[in-house]
Structure formats: structure tokens, C-alpha cells
Design a protein. Structure first.
Ligand code: GAR
Length: 195
């Protein structure tokens, strides 16, 4: 059984797509090879992703930047023995201690073609607004390993989409989300060696 831990701060549509994928997988895989989301971690007590966790009966953990005890969190995460820690719209920089404890096991999705529109302050709609303001004709997504620097870990996959002159940040975000929901589960499948 492969365990996934998801970190998310917002609505959680990517988390929902990954959970749906695990259910699909488990329909076709033999019992010993099953995959499940064993824990959802959020820094936002109001995050929509927590409603998803409750609905899916997945344990969740709310962490607070000011009171976080890194060693305890690492211990707690290790107790779930995650094959991968999946950042799905998680808006904090992962502390170096956690990156080291799970080297090459933390992946992130970013809603642009990194290195463009990465770094501090570049997340969610801020990215789409910047892409539109620059007049770019294409955008896309990047799935990458997480290291100590924001949005700079090794790239695993990039997928592109057009930007239309009629786009708003919302319509571009929808197109980006479609790419994310398609590619994030498939990338996890690939990394778990199920392809
Ligand atoms: C996604 O578009 C993801 O790429 C972005 O947040 C959104 C979360 O959507 N992540 C970042 O900007 C990280 N820098 P969701 O809550 O619906 O999955």
C-alpha cells in the first residue's frame, strides 16, 4: 500500500483530483499495490480542502506557522510513511528540515512555466494576472521536486496551454486547473512506478 500525504491551503481541486485517481487505481490494482491519501495537512483552518478531507474520511492536520514544532511534524509525517508528499496549492515555503527529512519525496505543482512567474508572492491568481499583464501567448504548469528554494527544484513535467486575448485571470485559471487535474495524478502514478 503506497501512502500519499497532501499539503494544501485552499479549495483543494487538485487534492480532489488526486483522491479520485486513487479510487480509480484501487479499483483495478491488486490489494498489495493499492494507493491512498493517508493525511491532508493545511495551514488554513478555513481551507475548502478540509471539507474534502471530512467528506472522504481522510485524517487532517492543521498547522500554524507560529507554533509549528518541526521535529514533531516530521515525526508525525514519518508515521504515515509517505511514498510522496504532494503539495497541491500549499502557500508556505516548506521548512528545510522537512525538505531534508523527505529528500526527493516532496513534489509541488505551480501554475506557470517555471522559472517564469515563480518565487515569493507568485501563487494562484497572482501568477495568472502577471501572465496576462505581460501579454504572453502561452502559459502552463510545472510539476517539480521541492528543495529549499521557492519553485526551484528539478522539473518533472511541464505542460503548456494557450493564453487568449479575451482571457481573464479566472478563465486562464480554469484552463490551468484542467491541465493540473489531468497531469498531477498521472505524474504521481509515474513516480510511484505504476506506469
Ligand atoms: C493551483 O493552481 C496550484 O498550481 C497553485 O494553487 C492552485 C491551487 O488550486 N499553486 C501555487 O500557486 C503554488 N505556488 P486548488 O486548491 O484548487 O488545488
Amino acid at each position: 500500500m503506497d501512502s500519499l500525504v497532501i499539503f494544501a491551503s485552499g479549495t483543494g481541486t487538485n487534492a480532489a483530483a488526486i483522491i479520485a485517481w486513487t479510487k480509480e487505481q484501487n479499483r483495478v490494482l491488486p490489494a498489495g499495490r493499492q494507493v491512498h491519501v493517508s493525511l491532508i495537512v493545511s495551514n488554513n483552518p478555513q481551507a475548502g480542502v478540509l471539507e474534502i478531507a471530512k467528506r472522504e474520511h481522510i485524517p487532517f492536520l492543521i498547522i500554524d506557522k507560529h507554533t509549528i514544532h518541526e521535529a514533531l511534524l516530521i515525526e508525525q509525517l514519518q508515521s504515515y510513511n509517505p511514498a510522496l508528499i504532494v503539495l497541491a496549492g500549499f502557500m508556505w515555503k516548506i521548512p528545510p528540515g522537512i525538505v531534508h527529512a523527505f529528500t526527493n519525496r516532496i513534489i509541488n505543482i505551480h501554475p506557470s512555466l517555471l522559472p517564469a512567474y515563480g518565487g515569493k508572492g507568485m501563487y494562484g491568481h497572482h501568477v495568472h494576472t502577471a501572465v496576462l499583464a505581460a501579454g504572453d501567448q502561452e502559459s502552463g504548469i510545472t510539476i517539480h521536486y521541492v528543495n529549499e528554494a521557492y519553485d526551484e527544484g528539478n522539473v518533472i513535467l511541464q505542460a503548456h496551454c494557450p493564453v487568449h486575448t479575451t482571457d481573464s485571470a479566472d478563465t486562464l485559471a480554469q484552463r490551468i486547473h484542467q491541465l493540473e487535474h489531468f497531469y498531477y495524478p498521472r505524474t504521481i502514478e509515474y513516480l510511484l512506478g505504476r506506469k
